[in-house]
Structures are given as structure tokens and as C-alpha cells.
Design a protein. Structure first.
Length: 160
């Protein structure tokens, strides 16, 4: 390789690395703020959902039916707040809603597996089991919402 080629390659690599560094910093900063907004929305949604679950259990509902009731109440609230506040999504609403339901189904399956496993095999009472199902649900839901339902990456197909 000639000296000119080596110099050109080094310049290209340095420029590319600087660009990647800048992009990484922007993504990290944006992601941090987005994660904080998501946690704020999730915190409020958790209070509403958990209150709904406990209320339904107090009325005599089973662990599974109370869980379904509470998450149903929180589903619409979560979609609206995450679409507007967390991810500032301005794309096609119907497509986002369908993808959000898919994310919800996966996150909910993670949640209900956690709740039922902890309650049945861990000897934990139903109220504590419901609370222990929240962290796995939140993690799966955030990742799915950010990278699938409300995707804002340049390659995402969004209606303008």
C-alpha cells in the first residue's frame, strides 16, 4: 500500500471514528432523557395499574383476572402517554397501535409468567407477586416500544 493510501485510510478512519463518537454521544444523551420520560410515564401507569389490580383482587378476582383487568386499564393510558410524551411519535397511529399491542403481548406474557411462577412456586403471596411482575414487564415494554412500536430511527417507515 502506498503512503498516500495509508494516509487516506487513516484520515478516513479518524473521521469515521469521530463521527461514530458524536453519534454515540447523541444517542446516549437522547436515550437517557427518553428513558427518564419512560420511567415517569411507567411510574404513573404502574400506580394506576397496580391500584386497579389490587382493587379487583379486593372485589374477589383471582390473580390472573385481576392482572388482566389492571393491565387493560393501563394499556390505553400507556399508549397515549408514551406516544406523545416519551417517544414524541408522529407517525401512523394505527400502525403504532398494532405494534404497541404486539409489544404489550410479549411484555404481558413475561409479566404473567413471572407473577404466576413467583406466586405458585416461590411461596409469595399474590399481592407481592403482582409487584414483582412489574420490572420484567417494564424492561420488555421499553425495549419493544423504543425499537419497534415507536421507532424513530431513520430506517423506520413512518407516514409523514
Amino acid at each position: 500500500m502506498t503512503e498516500e493510501c495509508v494516509t487516506a485510510t487513516r484520515a478516513w478512519n479518524n473521521g469515521r471514528l469521530r463521527f461514530q463518537h458524536v453519534v454515540a454521544n447523541v444517542i446516549i444523551r437522547y436515550s437517557s432523557l427518553q428513558a427518564v420520560r419512560y420511567l415517569l410515564v411507567s411510574g404513573g401507569n404502574t400506580v394506576v395499574g397496580l391500584f386497579s389490580i389490587y382493587f379487583f383482587m379486593w372485589l374477589g378476582g383471582t390473580d390472573a383476572t385481576a392482572n388482566i383487568f389492571g393491565y387493560s386499564v393501563g394499556l390505553m393510558l400507556s399508549f397515549i402517554l408514551n406516544k406523545k410524551f416519551t417517544f414524541a411519535y408522529s407517525g401512523a397511529v394505527f400502525a403504532a397501535a398494532v405494534k404497541f399491542l404486539v409489544v404489550f403481548a410479549v411484555a404481558y406474557a413475561t409479566n404473567i409468567c413471572t407473577v404466576l411462577t413467583v406466586a405458585r412456586y416461590g411461596g409469595v403471596n399474590g399481592y407481592a407477586a403482582q409487584a414483582l411482575g412489574i420490572p420484567p414487564y417494564t424492561l420488555v415494554s421499553y425495549i419493544g416500544s423504543r425499537y419497534f412500536a415507536f421507532c424513530s430511527w431513520p430506517f423506520a417507515r413512518r407516514k409523514k
